[in-house]
Design a binder for this molecule. Structure first.
Ligand code: ADP
Ligand code: MG
Length: 391
């Protein structure tokens, strides 16, 4: 069926990257690495509140190939979707890297700047089959893929949790996005056929087998991204912190529904109260979904998907008409257990649990009724970042 997207696969992407590298730099690359995108099954906007999240890695990946070039320059070509090259000096103690133009290169520079140890000049080519800016975390995928190839090139392995934290720091400092830890963590540590229950306070995680039998995890891309002012995400983060401060807590992770009464008593701003309510319930839902998924209680998981979407839409106010419409179309359709927006919101994707035999019927229903142009893929939980052997 049209509108179905399939992963190109890391082997084909690797060949493409090596060919492009040879054409551009006139030799073969010495190392290669890849990192996946992700879809979150439950727990949105809670990672920066130290809550629980439950993402899976996707079969869609960013592949990076590269070699040292014996100079002090880093030359990075993003082939395919973007087709742009950026050059910057390898950092030295006297001349640290700074963010700048082009904007996309900040994701690469941030990682180079935060890599623990010396980074020598290199040439690199990036290829990816992840859509950019669709809420599937192409940004963390790019950061972690670059970090992984630097590990290969510099011969220095970094502890994976530390690696995720350094990539998060890179995104904070260079593109200037105050993201939580979920994306970099799952992109680094995911395991095939498992979701990852991440405790964003302790930074410990549990691999939860996803064995949904005759049920598919269907991701529907709304193919819209509302730019708004770009300040919504930092604003949500600040509102959640304000609620935690009022309660004398380091984050909303420690809060309960009772604390909502306390916030009301303090005449807390209405929006801050709404954000707190979402976070408290969403953290609880994530733990429940992890349990229900392990017990194969998909009816319960589906119910919580809908509750989560409602909460993200009305309390957190990070949905948009297109995502709401997709969830409405899916609600009550044959074989659908539940659906919710996934990721930061304001566009991007919806994730749903659907009986495999009903997927095609559901797609037709969406194509007929959704006002935009959706794309679909059935999400097989995939492996995290890895070095790729090159022959
Ligand atoms: P998401 O992470 O959900 O895809 P973001 O807005 O966080 O959306 O990140 C998207 C940005 O990441 C792009 O606009 C671009 O700057 C950068 N990016 C991601 N993948 C690539 C790539 N393959 N080449 C160059 N830049 C990329
Ligand atoms: Mg991102």
């Amino acid at each position: 069926m049209t509108n179905e997207v399939t992963a190109v696969g890391d082997a084909a992407l690797l060949r493409r990257a090596c060919d492009t590298f040879a054409t551009r730099f006139g030799r073969a690359p010495a190392a290669a690495a890849c990192a996946p995108g992700r879809a979150n099954l439950m727990g949105d906007h809670v990672d920066y509140c130290e809550g629980f999240v439950l993402p899976v890695a996707l079969p869609f990946v960013t592949v990076v190939v590269g070699s040292h070039n014996g100079t002090g320059q880093c030359n990075v070509l993003s082939a395919g979707q973007l087709s742009q090259e950026a050059s910057f000096s390898a950092p030295t103690p006297d001349a640290p890297l700074r963010p700048g133009e082009p904007a996309w290169a900040n994701y690469v520079k941030g990682v180079v700047a935060n890599f623990p140890g010396r980074v020598r000049g290199f040439d690199a080519v990036i290829v990816s089959d992840l859509p950019m800016g669709s809420g599937l975390s192409s940004s963390a995928s790019l950061e972690v893929a670059v970090f992984t190839i630097l590990e290969e090139l510099e011969g220095k392995k970094v502890d994976p949790v530390q690696k995720a934290k350094l990539c998060q720091k890179a995104e904070h400092e260079f593109p200037g996005m105050p993201c939580g830890i979920m994306d970099q963590y799952v992109v680094t540590l995911a395991r095939k056929d498992h979701a990852l229950l991440i405790d964003c306070r302790s930074l410990e995680a549990k691999h939860i087998p996803v064995n949904t039998g005759d049920t598919a995890i269907l991701v529907v891309n709304s193919n819209v991204k509302h730019q708004l002012t770009g300040s919504e995400y930092p604003q949500r983060r600040a509102q959640c912190q304000e609620a935690a401060d009022k309660l004398g807590l380091p984050s909303l992770r420690g809060a309960t529904r009772k604390d909502l009464e306390e916030l009301k008593r303090q005449n807390c701003d209405k929006l801050v109260l709404m954000r707190a309510e979402h976070i408290i319930d969403e953290i609880h839902r994530t733990e429940q979904v992890a349990k229900s998924l392990a017990q194969m209680d998909l009816d319960r998981v589906g119910e919580m998907f809908y509750q989560s979407h409602e909460s993200l839409s009305t309390l957190m106010q990070v949905s948009c008409p297109e995502l709401d419409q997709l969830v409405d179309i899916m609600r009550g359709a044959p074989g659908v257990y539940g659906a919710r927006m996934t990721g930061g919101g304001f566009g991007g994707c919806v994730v749903a649990l659907v009986k495999k035999g009903d997927v095609e019927g559901l797609k037709s229903k969406i194509l007929k009724n959704y006002k935009g142009s959706p794309t679909f893929f059935v999400c097989e939980p995939s492996e995290g970042a890895r070095a790729l052997p090159i022959k």
